[in-house]
Design a protein around this ligand. Structure first.
Ligand code: G4P
Length: 526
């Protein structure tokens, strides 16, 4: 059946990293291998620079470019690879978390000098929640970095996952000679050359051979010892464990020097999962099912402020998506069809007639979609697992122009539908509390409300610690709590009660005082 063949050749993944570890550089090199771009630099331009926090025009410009690069599809050795872009800037972390719900695996880039950094830990904890298979790429081996064994321990400790090196570095920094591929048993020799694609690969099944000295000189003994130690310290690579998200294979290289990248890509297409089943509120849906279904994980406003249309990114989960066919929009309980669904190939967009599980389709939207929405062929199911994390910064949104109250109302709802921030409504007076994970979002909201909706606003800081979704099996107890804390209770977009905790101390007191109440730091859309 055509569908199965298409399924088998799809790999949908994301690259995650702490900013500056080399995600953009690696993305670019992968696209070069896939022939999707012709020169380095094409992806780089898409990056929001660290200095851009106050440069809104820059953000706008970048947003425009990133529509096309949100999904980068390319073919490599007959495999259709969908690489979903995740914003590197930490203020856009929520966008990244949501994108992770639409992939089947990830490649985690770690800087060999800095090791596991804060953002790496957060992103990995999201992967852990969903048991997403992870391949680790230790980057920047051309720099004097940490001892690789220490790095392996750090990965295991901080990321709570078992690791298994599949390649092993020979020295690092200016003495970096390359890696030994423990899996394929060959030496991959490094020669610092940013433009070369081909590498010196020497098949080398017996590390004891004196030929090793001829090739890597005095480092031969160290490599022999290291390789022996690796075999002793780590269990053999078990693909099932990797697919279950329990074991992360590790590669070493230098993305900038295009070193170790092809090795990574070749192993990736060999072991990474094909589109996986996904859970809905009713049942698990298999990608092989005949009927189409999928969910929206990202919404992107179009750049032109005169047209308020947006692009909703839909991950196809089962069946075949077809252009101009009616599908059921489950939340709105109505049928919708799309005349111009778009696929993304690196920098290009094109209208497509059909898409298969694992693919991401861009749907032009005039306000029908919210993040988490499901399309099906009629079954009233909703895909689960799109997280909404507890924001970390809270401000009250105040209208600066009474004549534009309606525009502001509409604007803030649409922007929060897109997932730019979370909106909580607090009584009395329908006060709007906006929660974000980063400062940058407030600038983006203010700018977009003005330029897209003509509404000017300002933000009043609210000294809050965290938003916790509260629930209980005991309705009387929940009511007790909600009454007791009435001043700190708000409703989220779906009308669920949220406790806006004043401080960590107060939250701890409430948690111990109300054992029957469940305090959750994330909720699911829908
Ligand atoms: P990110 O997307 O994870 O934030 O990282 P990005 O690829 O932008 O890389 C961050 C910096 O690290 C860049 O330098 C990049 O050139 C450098 N880099 C990436 N891979 C390697 C590597 O294997 N070895 C070394 N030595 N450096 C690497 P930059 O100076 O910030 O940017 P640019 O001016 O070079 O573009």
């Amino acid at each position: 059946m055509k569908n199965t063949a298409e399924l088998d050749r799809r790999r949908t993944f994301a690259i995650i990293s702490h900013p500056d570890a080399g995600k953009t550089t690696l993305t670019e090199k992968l696209l070069l291998f896939g022939g999707a771009i012709q020169s380095a630099g094409a992806v780089k331009n898409n990056k929001i620079k660290k200095t851009a926090t106050s440069d809104f025009m820059e953000i706008e410009k970048q947003r425009g470019i990133s529509v096309a690069t949100s999904v980068m599809g390319f073919e490599y050795k007959g495999i259709k690879i969908n690489l979903l872009d995740t914003p590197g800037h930490k203020d856009f972390a929520e966008d990244t978390y949501r994108t992770l719900t639409a992939v089947d695996s990830v490649i985690l880039v770690v800087d060999s000098v800095k090791g596991v950094e804060e953002q790496t830990e957060k992103l990995m904890s999201v992967c852990r929640m969903r048991d997403t298979p992870v391949i680790v790429f230790v980057n920047k081996m051309d720099r004097p970095g940490k001892d690789p064994f220490e790095l392996m321990d750090e990965l295991e400790d901080k990321l709570s996952i078992k690791v298994r090196p599949l390649s092993w570095p020979i020295n690092n920094g200016s003495d970096f000679k390359g890696v030994y591929n423990l899996y394929k048993k060959h030496l991959n020799l490094f020669n610092a050359n940013k433009t070369a694609v081909e590498r010196d690969i020497v098949s080398f099944s017996d590390l004891q051979s004196p030929k090793l000295e001829e090739i890597i000189g005095k480092d031969a003994d160290t490599l022999r010892e290291d390789a022996e130690l690796v075999e002793m310290a780590y269990e053999p690579f078990d693909k099932e464990n990797y697919l279950d998200g329990l074991l992360a294979p590790v590669f070493f290289g230098s993305a900038l020097n295009n070193f170790g990248v092809q090795e990574l890509l070749d192993t990736f297409i060999e072991i990474a999962p094909t589109p996986l089943p996904r859970n809905t509120n009713l049942r698990q849906v298999l990608p092989t099912e005949k009927n189409f279904s999928g969910f929206v994980f990202k919404i992107h406003a179009n750049l032109d402020p005169r047209h308020r249309d947006r692009i909703a990114f839909l991950r196809v989960c089962s069946g075949v998506f077809e252009r101009n066919k009616f599908y059921h929009h489950v939340r709105l309980n109505k049928n919708v069809r799309f005349a111009n669904p778009t696929s993304f190939m690196a920098q290009d967009k094109e209208t497509i007639d059909s898409a298969f599980p694992g693919d991401v389709v861009g749907l032009y939207d005039t306000g029908n979609f919210k993040i988490g929405d499901t399309l099906s062929e009629g079954e009233m199911m909703t895909y689960k697992g799109i997280p909404s994390f507890s924001p970390e910064i809270f401000r009250e949104l105040e209208n600066a122009d009474p004549m534009k109250a309606k525009q502001m109302e509409k604007g803030i709802h649409q922007l929060t539908d897109e997932g730019v921030a979370q909106l909580f409504i607090k009584q009395p007076g329908n006060r709007k509390i906006v929660g974000t994970v980063g400062e940058l979002q407030f600038d983006v909201i203010q700018y977009r409300l003005l330029h897209e909706y003509g509404a000017s606003c300002h933000f009043r800081p609210m000294p809050m610690y965290k938003a916790c979704w509260v629930s209980s099996n005991n309705p009387a107890k929940l009511k007790d709590f909600l009454d007791f804390k009435a001043n700190s209770i708000a409703l989220d977009k779906d009308g669920l009660p949220v406790y806006l905790a004043e401080s960590k101390g107060m939250l701890d007191v409430m948690i111990s005082k109300y054992p029957e109440i469940n305090f959750a730091f994330q909720s699911e859309h829908n």
